[in-house]
Design a binder for this molecule. Structure first.
Ligand code: ADE
Length: 222
């Protein structure tokens, strides 16, 4: 099973998604577990402050080291093997291969545990990187925080755990686990919708031809 502990100021922005559909099913089946740590609890002073202005000047506020280190240490005190992920626009670009590797790291007797630290505001104190194992970017654009990246990372990993999706899909994923994930155009009823027809071959019942058509029309996700 895979466990994600999410350190955030905005649990309410993340939790509903994890309680929906496949993510919820994965939890119910004991294949995934999601936990939250409120960064505010580790804030400084009467206002539980977690950020401050940058040395050298500049706009905005930066996440301070103290609350972040203490929040991460509180999780690691219970599981020293947990790895820390920092979503950041200057990280390694996230892709299907990395999602697959995370699932492959998982053995079914053992829990693999990832801590996702969600920065907010304009950034973080650079010294926070000393406690981070993986810096991950969701793409070359800037978001206001790590909550959406955390959800995307979690969703793309958890759906690959055998048993999370239906039998057919997970088998398909297993068969492509060494190679590329193939995504081909799909159709359901009606056969003719406002003059747009389902390709004939898909109605033919010829499995060989259908497999060939799908391969020829696939978009490849690395
Ligand atoms: N935080 C802000 N922008 C981000 C991005 N593109 N990827 C990951 N984390 C981010």
């Amino acid at each position: 099973m895979i466990k994600f502990t999410i350190i955030t100021l905005f649990r309410e922005a993340i939790e509903p998604y994890l309680k929906t559909s496949m993510m919820w099913k994965a939890t119910e089946k004991g294949l995934a577990e999601f936990d939250f740590v409120d960064l505010r609890e580790f804030g400084l002073g009467p206002h539980k402050s977690v950020d401050d202005t940058p040395y050298g000047g500049g706009d905005g506020m930066l996440l301070r080291c103290e609350p972040v280190f203490e929040a991460i240490e509180s999780v690691k005190a219970k599981d020293s093997m947990a790895k820390v992920i920092l979503p950041t626009p200057v990280g390694k670009i996230w892709d299907q291969k990395m999602a697959r590797e995370m699932v492959e790291n998982m053995t079914f007797n053992d829990t693999v545990h990832y801590i996702i630290l969600c920065p907010h505001y304009e950034g973080y104190d650079e010294r926070i990187l000393s406690i981070v194992d993986y810096k991950i970017s969701l793409g070359k654009y800037v978001l206001t925080g790590g909550e959406l990246p955390a959800l995307i990372i979690i969703d793309s990993v958890v759906r690959l755990i055998p048993g999370v999706l239906g039998g057919e899909k997970s088998a398909e994923i297993e068969s492509f686990s060494e190679g590329n994930n193939l995504e081909y155009p799909q159709y359901t009823r009606a056969e003719d919708f406002r003059g747009m027809k389902v390709p004939e071959v898909l109605l033919s019942g010829n499995h060989g031809e259908i497999a060939k058509w799908r391969k020829d029309h696939s978009g490849i996700i690395e």
